[in-house]
Each structure stands twice: as C-alpha cells, then as structure tokens.
Design a protein around this ligand. Structure first.
Ligand SMILES: *Cc1c(COP(=O)(O)O)cnc(C)c1O
Length: 346
C-alpha cells in the first residue's frame, strides 16, 4: 500500500495516515489500561480522521485552547473534554468542558461555574525525561493549598499534572503515585501524558500493559491519563521524493521535496527521523537528508546510511504526532502536502 503510494508520488509530498493501524493500536492501549480513564491529548495531532478513529476507544479528549475545544466539540458533540493549558482568555473560560484544568488561583476566581481539577507543578526527579514540564505550568503545592482555601464558584473535583514526557512505564507509574499523593481521598487524579516514543528504535514500544497494571495498583478510584505522542506517532508517514543527490565539500546530501515546514519533528526533537526508501538501490553511503527550504536547519536526518538516487521516494515514519500540525507550512510558499488515509500498511 505504501509502496503503491510511493510509486504514484509526484513532486508534492504527502502525508499518509494508516487508520486501521491506529484503530488497532488504540484498541490495545484501551485494553491494557482498562479501569483507567483514557483521554487523547489533541495537540499531538488534531486531524479529524485521526480523532474519528480514536473516538470509540477514548473516554474523552484533552484540549489546550479555545480553538481545539471548538474543533473537537463540533466533531463529537457531548463527548467529554478536559480543557487545560496556561494562559486561558476570558472567552476560553466561558466554554463548558467536562473538566477545566485550573492553572492558577486567578483562573479559579474567574470561573463562574464548572468542575475543575487543580493542575499541580511538582519538582520531582524526572531524570531520563525528554522534556520536563517545569516552569510556568500549573501551581506549586502552596498555590494549590491557596486554591482550596478560597471561596470558588467552580467545584474542585481533584488534581491534574503533566510533569514530563519521554518516560518508560515504571518511571511514569512512580510519577503517578507522587501526583496521587497530592490528592485528597476520593478525588479524581489525572496524571497527564508523556509515554515514551523511541524514534531511534521504532520497535521499542511503550509498555502499556505494565503501565496499566501499575496505575491500577495505586488504588485511586478515578484515575485518568491523557497520552498524545504515544497514541498517534506510529500511524503517520511523510512521503517525499529525492530531487538531487550531491557531494558538497565532501559531504553527501540528498535534497528532497518538501521540508521541515511540513515535518517539524526532527528539528524540534533534534533527532534523525526514521525512514524507509522506495528506490533503485545501490550501495549505502553516509548521507544527510534535507528539504527544499533555504536554511541549513532544514534537515530530516544527518549523516545516516542509505542508498538514495534522484526519483527515489523516502517515507519518513513516526510522523503521526507533533509533525504536520506543529510545522510552519507557509515558509517559502512551497505547496502544502497531500493527505491520504489508508487502511493497512504492510
Ligand atoms: C502535551 C500534553 C499531553 C500529552 O503529552 P504527550 O507527551 O504527547 O503524551 C498531556 N497532557 C497535557 C496537559 C499536555 O500538555
């Protein structure tokens, strides 16, 4: 299937989403985390076809802006939404999600009604995390205590935290326990996302079974997770064609259609995006894969081994999360990629 699409690819790159694979993956995640509420963090990829595929498997969606709230509410009226994110505007606060994730005492004061979780920011050991969500997010324990003392029109239902990303099941379970210890008995606890995705080794999958078991072991009555990256990263591919191959000052470059204005992930993560080549073969050489943008930063993968010739198609894998939707598509006015939704990659 992907080979067919590769054979037909013109000069415009394409995103390909394997919805059958996503459906199967989401079903596995759902089964492994039974007893735990599962929300998908929409900011990882808000594509409507992706959201429709996930919807039957999730209890709700986590949205981080008024725009995401409106987008998801229009697609799934009545579906439970958790609305988080720092810096909510007055208009954001008039929306009515199932849960607001309150980020400051001021935000709690501004809410006229609703059910809220207090977002806690804990200084915990997040060694090994790809990204520690410290800084301005949420409230330190003293601010949380301040919220609990204030008279509020909204109802405090529990606590929320999203402390790090890129952690394995054991580390995330430990973090969940630390978070749950900050809740009062009977309160809801949402422990966020951050399940590790290994771009260097796509076969090294997050251990959902161990995580589900670990979370159930915490004995919290209503426990919620909100994965983003680890839900959708694997179902997306970015297909691009080799335009030119040349050696400049001794370094071999392959210039591909499109660029990191379509697939921003390797720039933001500072990694080599994994890929498969559909091409004419030949000996593998060390080559740097770049796009069409006039900046030396437009690099998909640096000094990796591959056999690339003009006309070959490169299919970048793991392009289903924080990929097109975090990219700056209009850089240099190149055409936008095409989108194809298929059921079943090889
Ligand atoms: C981004 C985010 C998530 C999802 O994180 P992933 O690393 O993509 O799993 C979950 N919760 C909150 C509050 C977030 O900001």
């Amino acid at each position: 299937m992907i080979a067919d699409l590769a054979a037909r690819l013109g000069d415009v790159p394409a995103y390909v989403y394997d919805l059958a694979a996503l459906d199967a993956h989401a079903a596995r995640v759902r089964a492994a985390t039974s007893g735990i509420e599962l929300y998908y963090a929409v900011k990882a990829n808000p594509d409507p076809a992706i959201l429709r595929t996930l919807e039957p498997h999730v209890d709700g969606f986590e949205v981080s802006s008024g725009g995401e709230f409106d987008h998801v509410s229009a697609l799934f009226p009545g579906k439970r939404l958790a609305f988080g994110g720092p810096g909510k505007t007055a208009s954001d606060l008039t929306r009515r999600p199932y849960r607001f994730h309150v980020e400051s005492p001021r935000e709690l004061d501004l809410l006229e009604s609703g059910d809220v979780l207090l977002r806690v920011n804990l200084r915990t050991e997040t060694a090994g995390a790809a990204l520690a969500m410290s800084g301005p997010f949420g409230m330190d324990p003293a601010m949380v205590a301040e919220c609990r003392r204030r008279p509020a029109k909204a109802r405090i239902r529990g606590i929320h935290a999203h402390l790090a990303s890129g952690l394995d099941a054991a580390a995330l379970t430990g973090l969940a326990k630390t978070i749950a210890d900050h809740a009062r008995p009977g309160e809801e606890v949402c422990v966020g996302g951050g399940m590790a995705v290994d771009y260097a080794d796509p076969a090294n999958l997050f251990d959902w079974a161990a995580y589900g078991e670990g979370l159930r072991g915490l004995g919290v009555q209503t426990l919620r997770i909100e994965p983003g990256r680890a839900m959708t990263a694997y179902c997306g591919w970015y297909l691009t064609k080799v335009l030119d191959v040349k050696r400049v000052h001794g370094e071999l470059f392959a210039i591909l259609t499109g660029g990191t204005h379509h697939l921003r992930t390797p720039v933001t993560k500072g990694h080599d995006q994994p890929f498969t080549v559909f091409g004419s073969g030949g000996p593998e050489e060390e080559v740097t894969l770049v796009g069409q943008l006039c900046t030396p930063k437009d690099v998909f993968a640096r000094r990796v081994r591959a056999a690339l010739n003009p006309g070959d198609v490169v299919a970048f894998a793991m392009a289903g999360a924080y990929a097109y939707n975090i990219s700056h598509h209009d850089f240099l006015m190149h055409p936008k990629p095409e989108f194809h939704y298929v059921s079943g990659m090889p």
